[in-house]
Design a protein around this ligand. Structure first.
Ligand SMILES: [Zn+2]
Length: 138
């Protein structure tokens, strides 16, 4: 049986993020009180504790802040995809998220490389995941 602990489990406040991803759109939560961008989705703004939160479209572009190649024994539902690439991407909107890099050159990614969003529908776990690809192939 697959380990479902690592699968996205949308909450009332993160559901719009996953609904947008299912439509192949990347969105960022936004605080209407203090204008902060918020990632990951939260129930209240971590900057001003405001509750008037909305969503903005992301351009889906950014750079790699950190990257690693997972080669063995991950305690996740991604065992069948080894090796795979995990990265923290800093979006141009100045928030960052943990994601996967895809593409045949993903294992050669380095910090600072430019990336662009793509989407991967995982019918086995019932979600569409925002993933990223290198802008300049290696
Ligand atoms: Zn705020």
């Amino acid at each position: 049986m697959a380990n479902t602990a690592s699968h996205p489990n949308p909450t009332a406040w993160s559901a719009p993020f996953w609904e947008a991803a299912a439509q192949r759109r990347l969105v960022i939560q936004h605080c209407r009180s203090c204008d902060a961008s918020i990632m990951y989705p939260k129930r209240v703004c971590p900057h001003c504790l405001g509750e008037d939160l909305g969503w903005r479209a992301s351009k889906g572009e950014g750079e790699i802040y950190s990257v690693t190649v997972q080669k063995a024994a991950p305690p996740t539902g991604f065992e069948d995809r080894l090796p795979y690439v995990i990265a923290i991407v800093r979006l141009d909107e100045d928030v960052q998220l943990m994601t996967n890099l895809i593409g045949s050159d993903a294992e050669h990614a380095e910090c600072g490389d430019r990336v662009t969003v793509d989407f991967e529908t995982r019918s086995d776990i019932g979600v569409t995941l925002p993933v990223f690809r290198l802008v300049n192939p290696k």
